[in-house]
Design a protein around this ligand. Structure first.
Ligand SMILES: [Zn+2]
Ligand SMILES: [Zn+2]
Length: 80
């Protein structure tokens, strides 16, 4: 099980509480740069909020997720 952590991008140093990233990362799901203010951090990789979903049922993964064969799953589908 992995934690899905919502983080905020911030280019103004000193004004945001951690965790904060200051560069636009590439999404691990769609590989595009993430330009939104908020993004999801899972196991050291960054995701668009909309890209972070179960590979089987497309359910949004907001708090915890499961990683298998480079794909993310919800609790139910990971066990199948
Ligand atoms: Zn994405
Ligand atoms: Zn699922």
């Amino acid at each position: 099980m992995l934690d899905c952590i919502k983080v905020e991008t911030c280019t103004r140093t000193g004004t945001c509480s951690p965790p904060v990233i200051t560069e636009r990362p590439a999404c691990a799901g769609c590989t595009r740069l993430i330009s939104e203010r908020f993004l999801m951090c899972v196991n050291g990789a960054f995701w668009h909020e909309r890209c972070l979903q179960c590979a089987a049922c497309q359910q949004p993964l907001t708090a915890t997720c499961y990683f298998r064969d480079t794909k993310l799953y919800c609790k139910n589908h990971y066990r199948q």
